[in-house]
Design a protein around this ligand. Structure first.
Ligand code: F6R
Length: 622
């Protein structure tokens, strides 16, 4: 979570920083701040605001910003301390001369706090980032006076002591020294009053550096770099990097020794279509964009499923057991895929919630498939560090992401950036990627069988479009009837269960309603106690429909308001256009109807559907 940008070079720096922050705002939007260095003497000014980037922009001074050549910025999703202006980054040291923006978490914050307390530092916030600013201050003071034994007693800052041409190098040494005290993860950008340039550092939290014709730009993900960067390099764990205004970049290791830069990434920073184009919000734009997104990914797999050509092209074996791991909506896409791999392809599979992973007994190599829209989810990346047994495939929307760069193969779902926080088109296209992968892995199935299901798969975009048109107005009517209901139950059977779970997650995220999502057969084992008069029970049509119908009669008898989704149960309340015979990947199209339902309930309740409370798009903390 949280996004970092840094800019160093020719003015105007502020518009570049703000547009980088805007592109990263999906990563967190509860507070925001910038630290700016003004010409001619690199005077540092810090501006922070609670709320969104627009709140920061409103708080910026009307004049003087054109003199800013260099700056750092941060958009936050609070982990330590409330989302207030005081807790927003950049954080500062006792003298207010150092400004630090940080992604990640400091695991030994208590220990560092005690150490800094003992040395006289005044810690003003509960945010772990602030400790880093004080540690840098401490190292600058120590560099001036290596025998310093007494605590900080003066408000006279360390900047004047490090002024001059070597100022940036001294700041590098101080940052390298400061991070030696830390355990945890960090991507840092540091600016200091009177020091021309910026220092970056990284440990287990991504940070990229790109070059434009006139400046250097750093960001915690490729989207933040913007469209004009070339020569993008990713900092390695332990790297400390100095950015000078003349676009000179100096790379150092964790000991402060000069090192060669890493190789440039083969990365194309995708153009972000940030226009609403007539849609009311990004969520509705992205729901409506699903047929096109589906057609795009299916175009890339058409004709490559029989005989496992897709696997050959990805350079992956077809015989290994498959482990699938992901979080949130991506985990439901992984569950759909796992079912297909087991039941249709006959492969041994294991699905893991990435945050709950446990190492399995080593019984040889496996193919690990990581589903992650962003490719930056910390829990997923942490699994990579647990050790590898066999090849890894990333199914992601971000081929420049950390996950993609670290996996052996990448299946790009290429659904275009999702600017709404809740996953919609990325879920649909992850399911399609998973289905294509599973068909390609079905080596025991006949060619005819695979071709028949490939034809059904290729017709998904049309069915998604038909569902979109049919379901949207009905979802709006349902929302006006049911929006006041505080608790909802989502059920299905078999291959429909992950879609019911995804529909429930959407309602939670967008409408802040309590939801229960479960296989319909489990109702009688406890959750049916929740059913009272008027409770909405949303049932996703899936095989075997007769058994689902029995469960629906049971809840209706207890007063539930049954909302059937799909086409097969007679008189489905919320239509979804499904194939005549249930495909092995289940009733995918129903998810469009469920997305509309969640969005319409949220709109009815007056919520911001694109930026739901407490959430961020990319969950970069474990
Ligand atoms: C739900 C949602 C989240 C993500 C989850 C994983 O709408 O957006 O549940 O699916 O945080 O994110 P990625 O796919 O980026 O790893």
């Amino acid at each position: 979570m949280c996004g970092i940008v840094a800019y160093c070079g020719a003015p105007p720096a502020v518009p570049r920083l703000l547009s980088g922050l805007k592109r990263l705002e999906y990563r967190g939007y509860d507070s925001v701040g910038v630290g700016l260095l003004h010409r001619p003497d690199d005077r540092l000014c810090v501006h922070r605001a609670a709320g969104r980037l627009t709140d920061l922009v409103a708080a910026l001074p009307n004049s003087g910003l054109e003199a800013v050549t260099t700056g750092i910025g941060h958009t936050r999703w609070a982990t330590h301390g409330q989302p207030t202006a005081a807790n927003a980054h950049p954080h500062q040291d006792c003298t207010q001369m150092i400004a630090v923006v940080h992604n990640g978490t400091i695991d030994n914050a208590d220990e560092v706090t005690d150490w800094l307390d003992a040395r006289g530092h005044k810690i003003a916030t509960e945010v772990d980032t602030e400790l880093i600013a004080h540690l840098i201050e401490e190292h600058l003071l120590e560099a001036c006076d290596p025998l310093r034994a007494s605590p900080v007693t003066t408000t006279e800052g360390p900047a004047d002591r490090v002024a001059g041409p070597a100022a940036l190098e001294r700041l590098v040494a101080a940052v390298a020294g400061a991070v030696e005290h830390l355990r945890g993860s960090w991507a840092l950008a540091v600016a200091m009053d009177g020091v021309p340039g910026i220092v970056l550092a990284r440990h287990r939290s991504p940070l990229l550096l790109g070059v434009t014709r006139t400046a250097l730009m750093a960001a915690s993900d490729a989207l933040g770099l913007g469209p004009h960067v070339e020569d993008v390099r990713e900092l390695r764990d332990g790297d400390v990097v100095a950015l000078a205004p003349n676009r000179q970049v100096s790379w150092y290791d964790r000991g402060g020794r000069a090192v060669a830069p890493p190789d440039p990434l083969r990365l194309s920073v995708r153009h972000v279509d940030a226009e609403l184009g007539g849609a009311l919000d990004y969520t509705s734009k992205e729901i409506a964009g699903q047929p096109a997104a589906a057609a795009r990914i299916l175009d890339t797999v058409a004709g490559r499923l029989v005989g496992g050509r897709l696997l050959d092209d990805l350079g992956l074996p077809s015989t290994l057991p498959v482990h699938l791991l992901a979080c949130g909506s991506s985990a439901y896409a992984a569950a759909v895929t796992a079912r297909l791999l087991t039941q249709f392809a006959g492969l041994r599979t294991r699905v893991m919630t990435a945050s709950e992973r446990i190492a399995s007994p080593s019984d040889g190599d496996v193919l690990t498939v990581a589903f992650s829209q962003s490719g930056e989810t910390a829990d997923v990346l942490a699994c990579l560090q647990d050790g590898r047994r066999g090849p890894w495939l990333a199914i992601t929307n971000n081929p420049g992401s950390t996950l993609a760069r670290r996996c052996d193969a990448v299946f790009d779902i290429q659904c275009g950036p999702e600017l709404a926080v809740a996953a919609t088109k990325s879920f649909t296209t992850q399911v399609l990627a998973g289905a294509a992968l599973a068909l390609a892995l079905s080596t025991s199935r006949s060619r005819r069988d695979i071709l028949a299901w490939e034809r059904v798969l290729l017709a998904v975009p049309d069915r998604l479009a038909a569902t979109d048109a049919l379901a949207a107005p009905i979802a709006a009517e349902l929302a006006s009837t049911f929006a006041g209901q505080p608790g909802w139950i989502f059920i299905s059977r078999g291959a429909g269960v992950p879609y019911a779970q995804e529909g429930a997650l959407k309602l939670k995220e967008l409408a802040y309603r309590w939801t229960e999502a479960l296989p319909a057969g489990e109702l009688k084992h406890g959750p049916i106690a929740l059913v009272t008069s008027g409770v909405p029970v949303v049932a996703v049509t899936a095989m075997p429909t007769q058994r689902l119908a029995v469960n629906l009669r049971e809840v209706a008898a207890r007063g539930a308001q049954v909302i059937t989704v799909g086409g097969r149960i007679p008189d489905a309340v919320l239509p979804a256009v499904l194939p005549a015979r249930e495909p092995p990947w289940g009733p995918l199209e129903s998810v469009v109807a469920l997305q509309h339902l969640a969005r319409e309930v949220a709109v009815e309740l007056g919520h911001d559907v694109d930026r739901p409370r407490n959430l961020a798009k990319s969950v970069t903390v474990e």
